[in-house]
Design a protein around this ligand. Structure first.
Ligand code: CTP
Length: 413
């Protein structure tokens, strides 16, 4: 490989030259940038300053990524390397050089034993590696050293028409997380799902090619309908215009992959807005609108704390349903609300989450969460201790009682 004149945002000429040198040493004949970095570079070619942050760079090598990484690292002073992580089973390497995140992967094709499972991967050539990807806009490669573009699937045309096309007709069946990725791209880039992609989504949902069905034990769901789907949702809420992404998923019918109840849950965006305002985790707030929230939370393998939060909110919901019938809770006083909520030890987050769900008594729940529980009685704990009270649960109960008395006396609403 000859010295390059090719320029790419965030990638210095010196590093490109070192990569070329390492590629020669490791007998790598083809080295290419792929994926999101290339897509964004092409979108913003006129004005590279519009690329918000230097993206993570994904490189594909035809040959061993590990051998290439080893050769590259030898070219660099150790202080320039912040991360060097080999994943031998997939022959991929995570690197951070001068602060720049670089992923190296051996060109691979994928074989799915059954739809939605993790694929088995086999070494292949660059062209085949591009075929296995999600959207045509993510399947454009820029080969080093010259920077020539390899666009075998009309990705640049899709960039111009702002459309998302899958690369093949089994894309969603093999990896249903891709439609969630699509919603992220549609929202972030202002793209729309092509009619072909939409048809593929509809027919896949109708035929449901996965051996696992909603209602089956959650622990048997394949990764693309469980943990990998959760990771896509986490990215969606963390990095993207999430409200637009969720709106698209609902419009496309893709929330059905999570749960039929969520697909027809039109209060979902309002609930999510509220949960963010109240500082609650978003996934439980999404999932509480499902037909079977606990089963969905278990399927997605939400952290145990979030599964507990959901389970408490649902318990509280049943408690309120019973209370409405048996104890006329719609007419409870503020103090009675405090007593009932605090005696049962619902966590404040569980109460707030049910309020976000728009439960009939949401305004009482919100008042308890935001106001009543913070009211302090006229006598403080330290004053009671000075009067001879021992610190401990009994003192806590006394403070609570004094607080309720104070609320009663002051007619707090
Ligand atoms: N990819 C895929 N199918 C997936 C996940 C990823 O085909 N389920 C491919 C895509 O070609 C994608 C690349 O792997 O471009 C890297 O994935 P990722 O790092 O998640 O996305 P980026 O390309 O970095 O794009 P962005 O971060 O903007 O989403």
């Amino acid at each position: 490989m000859k010295n390059s004149e090719f320029r790419f945002p965030g990638l210095s000429k010196e590093l490109i030259d070192l990569m070329q040198k390492a590629a020669c040493k490791a007998k790598i004949h083809r080295l290419a940038l792929v994926g999101g970095a290339v897509r964004d570079w092409l979108i913003h070619q006129e004005d590279p300053n519009r690329i918000a942050n230097t993206p993570d760079l994904d490189f594909v090598v035809q040959g061993s990524a590990t051998a290439f990484a080893e050769a590259l690292v030898q070219e660099l002073l150790p202080e320039r390397i912040q991360t060097y992580r080999l994943h031998s089973s997939f022959d991929t390497v995570e690197l951070q050089i001068d602060g720049l995140k670089i992923d190296l992967a051996t060109a691979r094709k994928e074989e799915y034993k059954s739809p939605g499972e993790n694929p088995r991967v086999f070494e292949t050539e660059l062209e085949k590696d591009l075929e296995r990807r999600d959207f045509t806009i993510n399947a454009i490669a820029v080969e080093l050293p010259k920077g020539n573009i390899l666009d075998l699937h009309q990705g640049q045309r899709a960039l111009l028409s702002k459309e998302l096309f899958f690369l093949h007709s089994k894309s969603i069946a093999e990896d249903p997380t891709r439609i969630y990725r699509g919603a992220r791209y549609a929202a972030r880039l202002g793209f729309r799902l092509s009619s072909e992609a939409f048809e593929q989504l509809n027919s896949t949902l109708v035929t449901w090619p996965w051996s696992w069905k909603i209602g089956n034990p959650p622990e048997f769901a394949p990764p693309a309908l469980s943990t990998r789907l959760r990771k896509e949702l986490e990215l969606l809420f963390k990095n993207e215009p999430w409200n637009l992404s969720i709106k698209y998923l609902q419009e496309w019918g893709a929330l059905r992959l999570l749960d039929e109840g969520l697909q027809s849950d039109y209060s979902c965006l309002r609930r999510l807005h509220w949960s963010i305002r109240l500082g609650l985790p978003t996934l439980p707030a999404l999932i509480i609108g499902a037909s079977n929230p606990l089963s969905l939370a278990a399927r997605l393998q939400l952290p145990q704390s979030q599964q507990n939060l959901l389970s408490q909110s649902l318990d509280l919901e049943s408690f309120l349903l019973k209370s409405e019938v048996e104890h006329d809770c719609l007419n409870w006083s503020p103090v009675r609300w405090c007593q009932e909520l605090e005696d049962q030890k619902w966590s404040p987050e569980a109460v707030a989450l049910l309020a976000c769900k728009g439960h009939k008594v949401w305004h009482y729940l919100i008042r308890w969460w935001g106001r009543w529980r913070h009211i302090r009685p006229s006598v403080s704990a330290s004053e009671l201790i000075k009067k001879g009270w021992e610190p401990g649960p009994k003192l806590g109960k006394e403070i609570q009682r004094l607080r309720w008395d104070y609320m009663e006396k002051e007619k707090i609403k």
